[in-house]
Design a protein around this ligand. Structure first.
Ligand code: THU
Length: 143
Protein backbone atom coordinates (compact mmCIF):
# COMPACT_ATOMS: atom_id res chain seq x y z
CA UNK A 1 0.00 0.00 0.00
CA UNK A 2 1.50 3.28 -1.06
CA UNK A 3 -0.01 6.08 1.04
CA UNK A 4 -2.63 4.64 3.32
CA UNK A 5 -1.36 4.07 6.86
CA UNK A 6 -1.28 0.37 7.83
CA UNK A 7 -3.66 1.17 10.71
CA UNK A 8 -6.31 2.68 8.48
CA UNK A 9 -5.84 0.01 5.85
CA UNK A 10 -6.38 -2.71 8.45
CA UNK A 11 -9.43 -0.96 9.84
CA UNK A 12 -10.97 -0.59 6.39
CA UNK A 13 -10.07 -4.10 5.33
CA UNK A 14 -11.58 -5.58 8.48
CA UNK A 15 -14.78 -3.55 8.08
CA UNK A 16 -15.08 -4.51 4.40
CA UNK A 17 -14.51 -8.19 5.18
CA UNK A 18 -17.11 -8.18 7.91
CA UNK A 19 -19.61 -6.52 5.54
CA UNK A 20 -18.84 -9.05 2.79
CA UNK A 21 -19.80 -11.76 5.27
CA UNK A 22 -23.32 -10.33 5.19
CA UNK A 23 -23.48 -10.10 1.40
CA UNK A 24 -26.68 -11.28 -0.26
CA UNK A 25 -25.38 -12.85 -3.46
CA UNK A 26 -27.40 -16.00 -4.22
CA UNK A 27 -27.25 -15.42 -7.99
CA UNK A 28 -23.60 -14.71 -8.62
CA UNK A 29 -22.08 -16.20 -5.49
CA UNK A 30 -19.66 -13.26 -5.54
CA UNK A 31 -19.51 -11.77 -2.06
CA UNK A 32 -18.19 -8.22 -1.96
CA UNK A 33 -17.56 -5.78 0.88
CA UNK A 34 -16.57 -2.13 0.74
CA UNK A 35 -15.55 0.28 3.49
CA UNK A 36 -15.36 4.06 3.27
CA UNK A 37 -13.15 6.17 5.54
CA UNK A 38 -14.47 9.72 5.94
CA UNK A 39 -12.56 12.85 6.88
CA UNK A 40 -14.24 12.88 10.29
CA UNK A 41 -12.72 9.47 11.06
CA UNK A 42 -15.90 7.44 10.64
CA UNK A 43 -15.78 4.15 8.71
CA UNK A 44 -18.94 2.90 7.00
CA UNK A 45 -19.12 -0.45 5.24
CA UNK A 46 -21.54 -2.15 2.90
CA UNK A 47 -22.02 -5.37 0.95
CA UNK A 48 -23.57 -6.25 -2.38
CA UNK A 49 -27.28 -6.99 -2.33
CA UNK A 50 -28.54 -8.93 -5.33
CA UNK A 51 -32.03 -9.33 -6.72
CA UNK A 52 -33.66 -12.01 -8.83
CA UNK A 53 -34.21 -9.35 -11.51
CA UNK A 54 -30.38 -9.19 -11.65
CA UNK A 55 -30.41 -5.58 -12.88
CA UNK A 56 -31.60 -4.22 -9.53
CA UNK A 57 -28.52 -5.55 -7.79
CA UNK A 58 -26.61 -2.99 -5.75
CA UNK A 59 -22.84 -3.20 -5.42
CA UNK A 60 -21.08 -3.12 -2.06
CA UNK A 61 -19.55 0.31 -2.75
CA UNK A 62 -22.89 1.98 -3.36
CA UNK A 63 -24.49 0.22 -0.41
CA UNK A 64 -21.71 1.64 1.79
CA UNK A 65 -22.16 5.11 0.31
CA UNK A 66 -25.93 5.37 0.74
CA UNK A 67 -25.66 3.89 4.22
CA UNK A 68 -23.02 6.47 5.19
CA UNK A 69 -25.13 9.37 3.95
CA UNK A 70 -28.30 8.06 5.56
CA UNK A 71 -26.49 7.66 8.88
CA UNK A 72 -24.25 10.74 8.93
CA UNK A 73 -25.26 13.14 6.18
CA UNK A 74 -23.55 14.30 3.02
CA UNK A 75 -21.24 17.08 4.24
CA UNK A 76 -18.17 14.87 4.76
CA UNK A 77 -15.62 13.68 2.23
CA UNK A 78 -14.32 10.17 1.67
CA UNK A 79 -10.54 9.96 2.03
CA UNK A 80 -10.01 6.22 1.58
CA UNK A 81 -11.94 3.24 0.25
CA UNK A 82 -11.28 -0.49 0.52
CA UNK A 83 -13.02 -3.10 -1.58
CA UNK A 84 -12.60 -6.81 -0.92
CA UNK A 85 -14.34 -10.04 -1.83
CA UNK A 86 -14.59 -13.44 -0.22
CA UNK A 87 -13.97 -15.25 -3.53
CA UNK A 88 -10.22 -14.61 -3.76
CA UNK A 89 -10.81 -12.88 -7.10
CA UNK A 90 -9.77 -9.56 -8.60
CA UNK A 91 -12.49 -6.96 -8.06
CA UNK A 92 -11.81 -3.38 -9.01
CA UNK A 93 -14.85 -1.17 -8.42
CA UNK A 94 -17.28 -0.94 -11.34
CA UNK A 95 -17.81 2.27 -13.29
CA UNK A 96 -21.24 2.94 -11.84
CA UNK A 97 -19.85 2.85 -8.32
CA UNK A 98 -16.91 5.08 -9.25
CA UNK A 99 -19.26 7.65 -10.73
CA UNK A 100 -21.46 7.66 -7.65
CA UNK A 101 -18.53 7.80 -5.23
CA UNK A 102 -16.90 10.59 -7.25
CA UNK A 103 -19.35 13.12 -5.82
CA UNK A 104 -18.17 12.45 -2.28
CA UNK A 105 -14.42 11.81 -2.53
CA UNK A 106 -11.70 14.19 -1.37
CA UNK A 107 -9.30 15.27 -4.17
CA UNK A 108 -6.55 12.90 -2.97
CA UNK A 109 -8.77 10.00 -1.96
CA UNK A 110 -7.23 6.56 -2.35
CA UNK A 111 -8.88 3.27 -3.17
CA UNK A 112 -7.61 -0.26 -2.45
CA UNK A 113 -8.93 -3.31 -4.22
CA UNK A 114 -7.87 -6.87 -5.07
CA UNK A 115 -6.17 -7.61 -8.38
CA UNK A 116 -4.69 -10.84 -9.73
CA UNK A 117 -1.43 -9.79 -8.11
CA UNK A 118 -2.85 -8.85 -4.73
CA UNK A 119 -4.26 -5.68 -3.18
CA UNK A 120 -3.32 -2.46 -4.91
CA UNK A 121 -3.77 1.14 -3.83
CA UNK A 122 -4.61 3.80 -6.42
CA UNK A 123 -5.63 7.41 -6.38
CA UNK A 124 -9.39 7.53 -6.92
CA UNK A 125 -8.91 10.00 -9.78
CA UNK A 126 -6.70 7.46 -11.60
CA UNK A 127 -9.65 5.11 -11.83
CA UNK A 128 -12.15 7.73 -12.99
CA UNK A 129 -10.27 10.67 -14.48
CA UNK A 130 -13.31 12.01 -16.31
CA UNK A 131 -16.20 11.66 -13.91
CA UNK A 132 -19.38 13.21 -15.17
CA UNK A 133 -19.94 16.49 -13.34
CA UNK A 134 -22.67 19.08 -13.27
CA UNK A 135 -23.14 20.21 -16.87
CA UNK A 136 -24.82 23.47 -15.94
CA UNK A 137 -22.83 26.70 -15.84
CA UNK A 138 -23.31 29.41 -13.22
CA UNK A 139 -25.34 31.36 -15.77
CA UNK A 140 -27.80 28.55 -16.31
CA UNK A 141 -30.99 28.56 -14.38
CA UNK A 142 -30.98 25.68 -11.92
CA UNK A 143 -33.81 23.50 -10.81
N1 THU B 1 -20.16 -6.12 -7.37
C1 THU B 1 -19.87 -5.26 -6.34
O1 THU B 1 -20.42 -5.40 -5.23
N2 THU B 1 -18.97 -4.27 -6.57
C2 THU B 1 -18.37 -4.01 -7.78
O2 THU B 1 -17.65 -3.03 -7.92
C3 THU B 1 -18.60 -4.92 -8.90
C4 THU B 1 -19.57 -6.01 -8.69
C5 THU B 1 -21.14 -7.19 -7.15
C6 THU B 1 -22.44 -7.00 -7.87
C7 THU B 1 -22.94 -8.42 -7.98
O3 THU B 1 -23.69 -8.72 -6.82
C8 THU B 1 -21.69 -9.26 -7.99
O4 THU B 1 -20.63 -8.41 -7.59
C9 THU B 1 -21.36 -9.87 -9.34
O5 THU B 1 -21.30 -8.92 -10.32
Amino acid sequence: MANLSPDIFLKLHTAAESAAGKSYAPYSGFRVGAALFFDDGIVTAGCNVENVSYSLTICAERTALVRAIAENGSARKIVAIAVINLNKAASPPCGACLQMLSEFVAPDAVICFPTDSGMVEKQFRELLPFAFTDWKTDDDARG
